[in-house]
Every structure is written in C-alpha cells, then in structure tokens.
Write a protein that binds this ligand. Sequence first.
Ligand SMILES: Nc1ncnc2c1ncn2[C@@H]1O[C@H](COP(=O)(O)OP(=O)(O)O)[C@@H](O)[C@H]1O
Ligand SMILES: [Mg+2]
Length: 346
Amino acid sequence: MKKLGVIFGGMSTENEISVISAKSVLKNLDREKYQIYPIYIDKRGEWYKYIENSNDSEIEEEIRNKEKITNIIEYLKGLDIIFPVLHGLYGEDGTIQGLFELIKKPYVGCKVLASSVGMDKVYTKIIFEKAGLNQVKYEYIRKYKNKYIYVDSNFNEQILSIEKIVETISRKLKFPMFIKPSNSGSSVGINKANNEEELKKYIEYAAEYDNKILIEEGIDGQEVECAVLGNEEVIASCVGEIISAEEFYSYNAKYNDEQSRTYIPANISEEISAKIQKQAIKAFKAINGSGLSRVDFFVEKNTNKIYINEINTLPGFTNISMYPKLFEKSGIPYKELLTRLIMSCN
Ligand SMILES: Nc1ncnc2c1ncn2[C@@H]1O[C@H](COP(=O)(O)OP(=O)(O)O)[C@@H](O)[C@H]1O
Ligand SMILES: [Mg+2]
C-alpha cells in the first residue's frame, strides 16, 4: 500500500480552515488504497504526527493527539505521496511545494510556479491579462517604509505619500473599490471603499498584511465559481454560485454567517456557464496549473459580462466546500475525486 502523507494546519491565517478541510479529507480517503500519515503543522511552524483516534476520526479544533516530528525531511522521505491540505501562505504559495521538489516526492496539486502566481493577486492579474481574460480595472501599489510606491502597468515606479496615492487611484478607478493585500486568502485584510477617506484607511489596513496592495473597481453582480481537475487533460465542473450574507464575501460571511448560501448550479444561462468553464480551464493553463484549482468569477448585473476574479490552487476541501461539491454534482463523488487527485500526481 502507498504511504500517503496528509499535511494540514500551517502557518497562515487559514490554519483553522485547513484543519476542517483535512478533517473531511481524512474521513473520505480510500484506506484500502492508501496508508495514511496525517501531519499537522501548527501556527508557529512546528510539525507533528497527528495520531488519529480509531473510534473518532474527527480532528478537534485544537490538535491534542500529536507527536513532534524532529527530522521533517527524513519523515517526509519515508512517504510515497504527499497531499498538502493547506491554505494560504506557506501552504498554497509554492514554498512547501519547493520542499517537496527538493526531496523529490510526488504531491497533489499545483507545482511551485503555479502556486506562487495563484497566491499573489497582482501577479495572477498580470498573467490573466496576458491570457486575454476579462478582469476588473485595477491598480498596484507597494508600501515602502512609511510611503507608498505607485507601480504603473509598465512597472515604472513612483514614490508617493498616502494622500497622493489616494488622489492618483481615485483619478484612475471608480468607487466602490476593493482593497486587497496581494497575498491573502479567506478575505483577510480585504475591504470595500466607497470614498477617498475609506480608500486611505483600507490601504493602510491592507498594508499591515502585505507590502503589495491591489486596488480594484467593484463589480455589482453574481459571484460564481468553477472547479477544474487534471494535468494535460483538464476538465471543468459545473458552475456554482455564492450568495453572501454580508455586503461582500468577507471572512465572517464565508465561515461564520449561516445566512451565506451556495447554489449548484449557479443561476446563470447555459451559454454563460459554458463560457465560464472554458475560461476556468484557460486560467488554470495560463498559470501552468496542475492537479486542481477553483476559479472564481463575477457575472455583472444587467450586462452579463464575465470578469475573472481569482484562482485558488488549494481550495477549501470540507464536505460543504465548493470544490468537492461542484464535482460531486458533475458526477465525481468526493472519495473518487480524492483518489483521482492522488493518482494524477505521479
Ligand atoms: N472587484 C470586486 N467587485 C466586487 N466584489 C469583490 C471584488 N473583489 C472582491 N470582492 C468580494 O470580496 C471577496 C473576497 O475577495 P477575493 O479577491 O475573492 O479574495 P480571497 O482570496 O480572500 O477570497 C469576494 O468573494 C467578493 O465577495
Ligand atoms: Mg475569493
């Protein structure tokens, strides 16, 4: 039997979400095919063997049954395949994928380049633009000491005060705007600004999470998602829709607010749905993706125009998460989906 390492937790703001994702992955893996080695990384970056309890395969929010791994490299070398069920920084951004490359272990999902491009919202935009995918108007700035650097579309830089930055951005983009740390997930650090005062406040807020900041024009429309699976031969799932309980799909709306809803399939025409599936595969290929991704879009109210928003190379994997649900609806049950992902990484 193949020894499969399932790594979860991690040093990102999404540690807890990863634990919930791993909980359902561990429950659904085919244990006749794989011998499972669950590995928990805590928020400080310590690695542990997670000892599964035979009469309860649920992982507690707080991981208690664990044993420290002293030699991580040696431990990983003893496995055959690795499934990183991690979200966000150090898990979804190519860093841990680089470790797997160094020790020559096959692993589920995107490689180093696709992971890091997909995690960085500014660089995702640059690649999508090259692929001819329609996206919202945006601007890119960097924080530099207590000033900001305005980076234009040709990468020319200009050091400006926060006031000048706000003035420049307000001239180029229309309100409402979304201000995002370039490296973020689960909506952490993201805000919607309706005026210059809020724009200033939220740029300063986003800068606490990352020194690269993306500012986008807001879209009024539906929020839809499409899952993709494969390597050379990539398939797209049906399209799902998110109805956020709050003004936008914030961390709270995503994980705490039970009023948030998902609909599969999305309430869009077949024609738009087919276009989205095609664009999802294109986006995945454009970042040089492999294994899996969930690609998110907006469909604008009244115009029905499609805007690509982002690509998530390690999407949520709980049994109520969009990625597995979309494929389940498309005819691939959760357990089979996991097996296909593991089989495709050799
Ligand atoms: N340009 C935009 N127009 C309208 N809503 C947006 C826009 N950008 C983000 N949002 C809202 O904010 C949420 C989080 O933004 P997103 O870019 O998806 O970041 P994350 O990677 O944290 O999920 C989205 O799900 C959506 O509800
Ligand atoms: Mg998102």
